[in-house]
Write a protein that binds this ligand. Structure first.
Ligand code: GLA
Length: 389
């Protein structure tokens, strides 16, 4: 299917620009499996690149203009290579403009480009379609301009595009997962050292994504607010603990328990979630090493409960799905995935159970809410790569 998509996009590129692409890259979306809102607290996350993503095809332009065509929207944005400023019109182009701006900091970027992108990451599902666009455009444009950019630097360029061009003060999870994914495995990231490891999941397990298609109106500001509360909580711990505290990563569960009662109650809840998540990720890695999928799944349920009660980034639609998942014996675990406040639930299942569980969850959702959610089966997949050029 990915091959067919690439063929179609290549044909569209030729028709549109009258030339063949000189470079092409693919980058997958990602699913966050365990470790929620821990990345910007310098904590731990287990995630996976998924088997859907974005292709980006490009060729050099003769002058300083960039023509960027979004195949799925059939829209084209034009801008000067020397001035990739963000814009409210065709805001989808901001991700690529942000990446171009980051690449300009890595070396000379001469003329403009013509480019076309398209993919199959569902938008608004919490599967990081934006990071997948950033990473494939980054790989392709770096090659086009002959720039050498290390993967972690590319991840930081994508993050900076989110901060300065999309207004979301995200961590590095989405970009790192898209770059470092491996087939049938999870990506274990330490967001303090930026060390990334591969943790085998095994071919017998896969994930179901149940997309509520809910996007609560203030997602970006809610996200940024949670980040500020976490930073505030870290500053509080720095004043009461005998050792240095820069981020919530520096606070142990025992220290949290000792100080919770004297903290601002909201800050205490946010810290409880983040520190609990870090603990669960480390435990989860150990369970996966012992192939204990059921034990790992329990941690996913605990993670969701912590989101619901401590971080308050869940919503009724997500809770309905997780509750329904708990009632299905074949489900190993389920939780919200990504920023929260809508988006998707990720469900861990054995491959043979996936279709049956998906049907049951869809029916339970419809019955509880009167409208449908969409479900898809996803497999942990390889990370971003250059395809040609
Ligand atoms: C979004 C952000 C990530 C991360 C998750 C929550 O996906 O982009 O950086 O913070 O939310 O874990």
């Amino acid at each position: 299917m990915a091959d067919d998509l690439l063929k179609t996009l290549t044909a569209q590129f030729k028709t549109k620009f009258g030339t063949a692409p000189a470079v092409a890259a693919h980058a997958p979306g990602r699913v966050e499996v365990l470790g929620n809102h821990t990345d910007y607290n310098e904590g731990f996350v287990l995630s996976a690149a998924i088997d859907c993503g974005t292709f980006f095809l490009a060729a050099p332009a003769a002058d300083g203009e960039c023509r960027l065509h979004a195949a799925d929207l059939n829209q084209e944005c034009r801008f000067a290579v020397a001035d990739p400023a963000p814009s409210k019109v065709m805001s989808w182009a901001n991700y690529v403009k942000g990446v171009l701006s980051g690449l300009r900091g890595k070396g000379p970027v001469g003329k403009g480009f013509v480019a076309l992108f398209g993919g199959n990451v569902p938008l608004g599902a919490g599967l990081s379609s934006s990071a997948s666009l950033e990473m494939c455009s980054g790989l392709a444009l770096a090659r086009l301009y002959g720039l050498t950019v290390a993967p972690l630097d590319l991840a930081k360029i994508g993050q900076s595009a989110e901060h300065h061009y999309a207004g979301v003060k995200c961590g590095l999870l989405d970009q790192i997962s898209s770059l470092f994914g491996r087939q049938n495995a999870l990506v274990m990231s330490d967001f303090r050292t930026l060390a990334v490891e591969t943790v085998p999941l095994g071919p017998e397990a896969c994930f179901l994504i149940c997309n509520t298609a809910v996007k609560h109106s203030l997602v970006e500001s809610e996200y940024n607010e949670r980040r500020e509360r976490c930073e505030e909580a870290a500053r509080h711990f720095a004043t009461v603990l005998p050792h240095p505290v820069k981020h919530l990563r520096d606070v142990s569960w025992a220290e949290l328990e000792a100080h919770r009662a004297t903290m601002d109650p909201v800050a205490a809840k946010r810290a409880t979630h983040v520190i609990g998540e870090n603990t669960r990720v480390l435990k989860g890695r150990e369970l996966l090493a012992k192939h204990d999928l059921a034990g790992f799944g329990k941690l996913m349920f605990e993670s969701h409960e912590s989101s619901r009660t401590q971080f308050e980034n869940s919503c009724r639609e997500l809770d309905v799905l997780v509750d329904a998942a708990k009632a299905i014996p074949a489900v190993l675990g389920a939780r919200l995935s990504g920023g929260g406040f809508g988006g998707s639930v990720v469900v861990l299942v054995r491959v043979g159970d996936a279709a049956g569980v998906a049907a049951k969850l869809a029916a339970a959702y419809k019955q509880a809410l009167g409208h449908s959610c969409t479900t898809m089966i996803i497999r942990p997949s390889d990370g971003a790569r250059l395809l040609a050029g």
